[in-house]
Design a protein around this ligand. Structure first.
Ligand code: ADP
Length: 160
């Protein structure tokens, strides 16, 4: 059984994340989407809320599990028996950081490989931070996030 993890902040999950998750779920037997529970990084939604939001928009994906983790990614991967880390590449600007992370993770555990998936072109400019920014400025983000995330953002900030 080939298991992959798709780690990230998902603060909140967007249609770009979902695009990558669905592509990964077609390639691997199981994909664990894992929220990095990083105490130092200030988040918009709590980990619990982010988990709930991911749960609410992935019910149709049978081979996807949702989890959270603390500490080293490679240790978490080993714990859930994943041999692959999935990351999304939007533009060349993502590359430098992702390349460094992938090679460092390989140094830490050579049995775990990182694979990069490209989203549909329409999501290449999309990020959680842009969605949060537009929400704060009361812009329409309905095309960029799943229905349940849209509702939550509207509740929190009263966006359109
Ligand atoms: P992080 O805080 O680690 O950057 P994110 O939650 O922002 O985590 O993203 C998790 C992963 O999803 C990263 O690999 C990121 O490049 C990817 N990703 C984020 N938004 C998109 C998008 N619109 N299209 C494709 N991949 C994306």
């Amino acid at each position: 059984m080939k298991i992959a993890i798709y780690p990230g902040s998902f603060d909140p999950i967007t249609n770009g994340h979902l695009d990558i998750l669905k592509r990964g779920a077609k390639i691997f037997d199981k994909v664990v989407i894992a929220i990095a529970d990083n105490m130092r990084k200030e988040s918009y939604f709590s980990v619990e809320k982010r988990l709930e939001l991911i749960e609410g928009c992935t019910t149709d994906l049978d081979n996807v599990e949702i989890d959270r983790f603390k500490g080293l990614l490679v240790d978490y991967a080993k714990k859930v028996k994943a041999s692959v880390i999935i990351r999304g590449l939007r533009q060349v600007s993502d590359f430098e950081y992702e390349f460094q992370m992938a090679l460092m993770n390989r140094q830490l555990n050579d049995n775990i490989d990182t694979i990069f998936l490209m989203p549909h072109e329409k999501y290449t400019y999309l990020s959680s931070s842009v969605v949060r920014e537009i929400t704060k400025l009361n812009g329409d983000i309905s095309r960029f996030v799943p229905e349940n995330v849209l509702k939550e953002l509207r509740n929190k900030y009263g966006s359109k």
